[in-house]
Unconditional design. Structure first.
Ligand SMILES: [Zn+2]
Ligand SMILES: [Zn+2]
Length: 203
């Protein structure tokens, strides 16, 4: 059982970063924790590793990489629960250990709704886009900006279901062991014959 952290750390994203201008607003499921993002994500992916499956209770996790100086917790920063994760959290043996201690890298969650909404590293955060309040179209569908749309799947070798979405896929981390939608390892990265003319020449 974890208790809420006694006090928030004293640097961004727990204090306001310099020259911070909010672009996106986000909150956990119950609204106890709120934060702003000061810009677009640098990268976005789906992760099929078993830690993500277990921690989030989903077939795979959707995450976006955002620099810490583009994140500011505007509400509830002192309530955030830290799950201090060691390297073992990322292995495939199901080994996990942690306590509510602010020691990077760590996972951040709400003490009430238990939404696990971010991973914090030294310079970057993995923010989960489902918690960002994106604009909606007239049918109520979220409009996800390109920068937050996943551009690849990683740890696809651990998937519980195939995903035929045409995105790049890797059996390991990004750029490690590219594979197709069925998880068959490819000898080359799939984007090698980008130019159709060049592709024809090779044939
Ligand atoms: Zn909450
Ligand atoms: Zn993962």
């Amino acid at each position: 059982m974890t208790a809420p952290s006694e006090k928030a750390p004293k640097q961004p994203p727990y204090t306001k970063p310099d020259n911070f201008k909010p672009v996106y607003h986000a909150s956990c499921y119950c609204g106890t924790i709120e934060w702003d993002l000061g810009g677009d994500a640098l990268d976005a992916m789906y992760c099929h590793c078993e830690t993500c499956q277990t921690l989030h209770g989903t077939p795979y996790q959707w995450a976006a990489v955002v620099p810490k100086d583009k994140v500011f917790f505007t509400k509830g920063a002192d309530k955030i629960v830290f799950f201090n994760s060691s390297d073992e959290v990322y292995n495939d043996e199901g080994r996990m250990q942690g306590k509510n201690e602010y020691k990077l890298p760590c996972k951040l969650s709400c003490p009430y709704c238990h939404a696990s909404f971010a991973d914090e590293g030294r310079r970057m955060m993995l923010m989960l886009p489902p918690y960002i309040h994106f604009e909606r179209n007239k049918d109520g569908k979220k409009i996800v900006p390109k920068a937050f749309q996943s551009n690849h799947h990683m740890f696809y070798g651990k998937r519980v279901a195939d995903v035929a979405d045409g995105l790049e896929k890797f059996l390991g981390r990004k750029d490690e062991r590219p594979c197709d939608d069925e998880g068959k390892e490819l000898k080359e990265k799939p984007d090698t014959p980008k130019d159709p003319m060049e592709h024809n020449e090779k044939e």
